[in-house]
Each structure stands twice: as structure tokens, then as C-alpha cells.
Design a binder for this molecule. Structure first.
Ligand code: KG4
Ligand code: ZN
Length: 341
């Protein structure tokens, strides 16, 4: 089965063609980062307008790169939650239009389920690692969400939240701290790059909720401590100091994320851990999860970078799982800001 996936929940317009076994035939992502950069975050109205401008060429490009016409497609999957409603509606209405015109089945996909299943995608030439079997425990870390799930199968009803952040998402903390330090948007990749050269023991941070045995997180405290540091000492002018500050912040955040993922696997007696979401692109988090899992005898599955950040291939794959079960949505499918998980 070949599925066309469409993603427009935030600041990336995406379209992808994916086979139901996870093989990615094409995956096009048109980023709006430059559009929002000068505001230091996503401006919803600008996002919707840009999706409306880009969705048609992005879908055409996905078909062209796969060397396929719409007649080869068996179903349409579209992100319909959670996200910016105006942005989501662009994708949902576009997907409905194609499905209606071509008589194709249409399924709405929860963006978070897409992130949880991104580890199943296989791009051309990728063979490693083999996809996990169910059940697994997954850490979903993105700009909007941070939570741990027990995943028993590929549908939303089979993904059970074990713990989530009480306040900011991890990606949001990266973005806000980068803004404080005047580093630009999105902050995660910039802090990641600076931290790689920095000394993480320079400004030791206490990992938020690290000592608590619950699977909840909190990142607002560490963000406030960084803000206080900057207001007392200013943004470091010395490069090594800036890198040390980034490295210390990143160490605290990635430590608590990795520790709680492994703790969740042990608490649920599950032997596989999985990463997903934009922050899963973080070098230190990937290494930390891999080494902790190895030490505890857990199998570890970390998607390649392109599958971590927002893309439509993960939406197509999650949609294919529903379509293969004979599920489809009606023309009343709508967009909503709330997740179904
Ligand atoms: O999953 P995603 O692309 O969009 C959402 O669904 O939110 O995640 C975007 C988030 C942003 O906060 C961005 O700063 C963060 O992922 N991010 C990173 C890295 N790459 C992206 N955070 C830390 N290190 C990275 N290398
Ligand atoms: Zn996302």
C-alpha cells in the first residue's frame, strides 16, 4: 500500500510517499524557520498563510521525487492534531480535496503518534537499526511535547502516557534559553552545536525532577535559573564561557530525559526503548540514551536525524497502519489543538 502523507501542524509544510512497511519513497519538508526567526518563535497567522502557499507545490514535489502520479496512491494520511488549528486546517482541507477528487480513503493522524512511529521509517540505503517490535517505551521530546509512552501497537489507542512535563516541553526550554542568550531560533540545534565544545561542569545545573521517582518532568525551573544567571552576569562574551553555559544546561536536560526513559522501561518491564521528536536529534541525548540502555541490557532504537524533526513520512506511516486495518475517517474530519493520546 502506498500512502501520501501531509503535515502542516506547526512551521513545516511536509508531504511524503511511504509504503506500509515503512519504506520512504519521497519526503519533502519546506521549512518556515526563516519566516519566524526574527520573531523568536512561530507566528500562527504567518504559519497558516505560508502553508497555504506551499502545500500544493510540496505535494507535487513529493509525487515527482517518487516518480509517481496520484493514480498510484492508495490512501491519504494527514496530521489533524495536535498543533496550530489554522495551520492544521490547511493540510486537512487539502487532503480532503485530493481524497474526494480521487475517491481515496482519508485518515487523520495524531502528530505525536507520527513521532512515536518515526523509528519504523526506512529511507533509501538505510538498513540500521532494524525496527523495534512492540511493546516499547518511547520518549517523545519536541518543541510542543515532552512525555514517555508505553507503546503496544501503531494506533493512538495503543499508546499510553506514563508521564509528561508539568510545564515547558524540553524543546521549548532549548528555544527559550537560546533566545535568552541571543542565539537565534530554533535554539535546540544551536545549543547542541555550542555545547559540543563546552565544559558541562562549568555551571553545574541540578536536573529538574531528577531525584523524584515519578516519570514527570519540569523544565521551567532550569529556564528561570538560566534567566537569572543572564540577568546577573549578562550574556557571556567569552566563547568558552558561553559554550560552558550551553553544555551545562544541555547536560542537565538530557540527563533527566535519558534517566527517566530507562527508568520507565524498568518500571513497565519492557526491554526496548525508543526516541522520537525534534529534540531526539540532540547529539548528547542520543548518546546518553544509547549508553544507558546498553548498561541496563535494553535494546535501543534511535531514528536518523531526518526522522526526528517534523516530517510527513512519519504521518504517512502512521496513517498506513490505520488504513491497513481498514480504518478511515469521514468528510467531517476536523483539526484540533488537542492530542488524542
Ligand atoms: O518535533 P519538532 O520538529 O516539532 C514539534 O513537533 O515541536 O521539534 C522541534 C523542536 C524545537 O524546539 C527545536 O529546538 C528542537 O526540536 N531541536 C533540538 C535539536 N534539533 C531540534 N533540540 C535540541 N538539540 C537538537 N539538535
Ligand atoms: Zn513534531
Amino acid at each position: 500500500m502506498l500512502v501520501l502523507g501531509i503535515e502542516s501542524s506547526c512551521d513545516e509544510t511536509g508531504a511524503a510517499i511511504v509504503q506500509d512497511d515503512g519504506t520512504v519513497l519521497s519526503d519533502v519538508v519546506q521549512s518556515q524557520v526563516d519566516l519566524h526567526a526574527r520573531y523568536g518563535g512561530v507566528v500562527p497567522e504567518l504559519a497558516s498563510r505560508d502553508h497555504a502557499r506551499n502545500i500544493d507545490p510540496v505535494v507535487r514535489e513529493a509525487l515527482a521525487r517518487a516518480n509517481l502520479g496520484l493514480d498510484a496512491i492508495d490512501g491519504i494520511a494527514v496530521t489533524n492534531r495536535p498543533g496550530l488549528v489554522g495551520a492544521l486546517l490547511v493540510g486537512v482541507q487539502f487532503a480532503k480535496g485530493i481524497a474526494w477528487a480521487r475517491g481515496l480513503p482519508l485518515v487523520g493522524v495524531d502528530h505525536l503518534v507520527g513521532h512515536l512511529l518515526a523509528v519504523f521509517l526506512r529511507r533509501r540505503g538505510e538498513t540500521e537499526p532494524p525496527p523495534p517490535e512492540f511493546p516499547f517505551v518511547a520518549l517523545l521530546v519536541s518543541g510542543g511535547h515532552t512525555a514517555i509512552y508505553h507503546v503496544e501497537g501503531p494506533t493512538a489507542a495503543q499508546c499510553h502516557e506514563l508521564g509528561a512535563t508539568r510545564d515547558d516541553a524540553a524543546g521549548e526550554a532549548f528555544d527559550k534559553v537560546a533566545k535568552l542568550l541571543g542565539l537565534g531560533y530554533p535554539g535546540g540545534p544551536i545549543i547542541d552545536r555550542l555545547a559540543a565544545r563546552g565544559d558541562p561542569t562549568k555551571f553545574p545545573q541540578k536536573a529538574p525532577m531528577a531525584s523524584v521517582r515519578s516519570l514527570e518532568f519540569s523544565f521551567s525551573g532550569i529556564k528561570s535559573r538560566m534567566a537569572r544567571h543572564v540577568s546577573e552576569h549578562g550574556v557571556p562574551r567569552d566563547e568558552a564561557e558561553l559554550e560552558g553555559l550551553c553544555a551545562s544546561f544541555q547536560r542537565a536536560v538530557t540527563d533527566v530525559l535519558a534517566n527517566k526513559l530507562v527508568q520507565a522501561a524498568q518500571m513497565t518491564n519492557v526491554s526496548r526503548v525508543v526516541l522520537g521528536g525534534g529534540v531526539a536529534a540532540n547529539r548528547e541525548l542520543r548518546e546518553r540514551v544509547r549508553s544507558l540502555a546498553r548498561a541496563r541490557g535494553l535494546e535501543c532504537f534511535v531514528p536518523p536525524l531526518a526522522s526526528c524533526t517534523d516530517n510527513a513520512a512519519m504521518i504517512a506511516y502512521a496513517g498506513a497502519a490505520r488504513l491497513c486495518r481498514g480504518e478511515k475517517d469521514g468528510w467531517d474530519l476536523t483539526a484540533t489543538s488537542q492530542t488524542s493520546l
